[in-house]
Design a protein around this ligand. Structure first.
Ligand code: CMC
Length: 393
């Protein structure tokens, strides 16, 4: 009591112990439960990674089957939840709709919920992982004024999301295995990232014992910001604005100018002072997707590659250790797949759900966990006398 450290932005404060994700920012390493992200991205799949994050071990074949079956059984939303969507304006950003609808899940799936029962927590985790793709796709369909498409349980997790996004009652979407694999890999890369802003938000909200669906909605709200998950949308807008390779130096100049608030979106990271290992995998995946779609000459991809090349040779970016992060190339892949810019952050939220629930579950499993309660340095007025309204000048 009495003493505490003042650490705005938590640059040097650990808020918890965690056995889920390990990052070495200087070396550019990312491990989930001890497994390098590269191995998981190329050899595993998102269902397996979700299981790993929540349970701590890769599933056996039997455990994986049971997990996938459970996820498939939870993909539908309560029929009345359609009304929740219909309460929004058609023009609402999909993230606004997702936050609202996910928060509303706390009004639909609360019966008998006991946060301190591990089995209840498991059901919550499965429900969220299963239903968030439906919520995200329906937020998009609502925007477009198209009928909601129900999940198809014969499809894989990524294929099902694409089906709900792109199928219509007139024409079913035929999944493309290369694109589905790429999307699944992107889900893996976004699945967890230890105590970032949104995950810390989920933990802080959950530390009071609050309803988990509401806690995940609060994580989504935090993720939405352009300095966090909103960056993938901002990157694509920036590449569109740059428009031509010849204009890159002008934008680099602006990014370095302290009197200009402009930053190179998709560059820099609080922890990584080296290449974000996820960015390297996403760049490779970008080549695969653009090749599959015959878009290798995509002008925005060319601008992105050239921007990266120039920035990595620039003294400012070298001195500040600013490298491309996970959001730099993902938007190009999403756009090539036909996913609208407004859905980029929603897809990040979808994929991060596994990490959020794993972290929430880990926190509540710890018998020593406490309600989060940061301190402050008070900078306001000292005690003073109240002045009645008629005597105030
Ligand atoms: N462009 C130009 N300058 C930058 C950039 C950038 N993208 N990022 C950081 N800087 C400068 C910044 O101006 C500061 O300079 P100075 O020391 O002279 O004041 C220095 O580098 C350190 O930056 P900071 O803002 O103090 O660092 P931070 O750790 O608080 O912020 C960050 C990290 C990711 C918010 C920041 O790098 C940024 O705004 N990047 C652009 C947005 C972005 O791509 N966000 C996605 C992050 S990764 C995925 C995710 O979390 O969702």
């Amino acid at each position: 009591h009495g003493y505490f450290t003042h650490d705005p932005g938590f640059t040097a404060t650990s808020s918890c112990t965690s056995a889920i994700t390990y990052i070495d920012g200087d070396e550019g390493l990312l491990y989930y439960r001890g497994y390098p992200i590269e191995e998981l991205a190329y050899q595993s799949d998102y269902m397996e990674v979700s299981y790993l994050l929540i349970h701590g071990e890769l599933p056996t074949a039997e455990q994986k089957r049971a997990f996938e079956t459970s996820i498939r059984h939870h993909t539908l939303l309560h029929d009345q939840m359609e009304n929740v969507f219909r309460g929004f304006r058609r023009s609402a950003h999909p993230m606004a709709v997702m936050i609202g609808v996910t928060g509303a899940m706390s009004a639909f799936y609360h019966k008998g919920l006991d946060n301190f029962d591990p089995q209840h927590r498991e059901i919550v985790a499965h429900r969220l992982i299963a239903k968030i793709p439906t919520v995200a796709a329906w937020a998009y369909k609502f925007n477009e004024g198209q009928p909601f498409v129900y999940p198809q349980n014969r499809l894989s997790y990524a294929e099902n999301f694409m089906h709900m996004m792109f199928s219509s009652p007139c024409e079913p979407y035929e999944p493309n295995p290369v694109l589905a694999r790429a999307l699944d890999r992107i889900f893996i890369l976004h699945a967890d990232h230890e105590q970032n802003a949104s995950t810390s938000t989920v933990r802080l909200a959950g530390s009071s014992g609050a309803n988990p669906y509401a806690c995940i909605a609060s994580g989504m709200a935090s993720l939405w910001g352009p300095l966090h998950g909103g960056a993938n949308e901002a990157v694509l807008k920036m590449l569109e604005e740059i428009d031509d390779v010849s204009k890159i130096p002008g934008f680099i100049k602006r990014a370095k100018d302290k009197s200009d608030p402009f930053r190179l979106m998709g560059f820099g990271h609080r922890i990584y002072k080296n290449m974000d290992p996820r960015a390297a995998i996403i760049r490779q995946t970008c080549y695969e997707v653009l090749d599959e779609l015959g878009l290798r000459d995509d002008p925005q991809f060319k601008i992105a590659l050239e921007l990266e090349r120039i920035a990595l040779e620039d003294d400012y970016f070298i001195a500040k250790k600013l490298y491309p992060n996970v959001d730099f190339y993902s938007g190009i892949i999403f756009r090539a797949m036909g996913l609208p810019t407004s859905m980029f952050t929603a897809i990040f939220a979808l994929a991060r759900t596994a990490g959020w629930v794993a972290q929430w579950h880990e926190m509540l499993s710890d018998p020593a966990h406490k309600i989060g309660r940061p301190r402050q340095l008070y900078t306001g007025s000292a005690r003073r006398e109240f002045v009645p309204l008629d005597q105030r000048g």
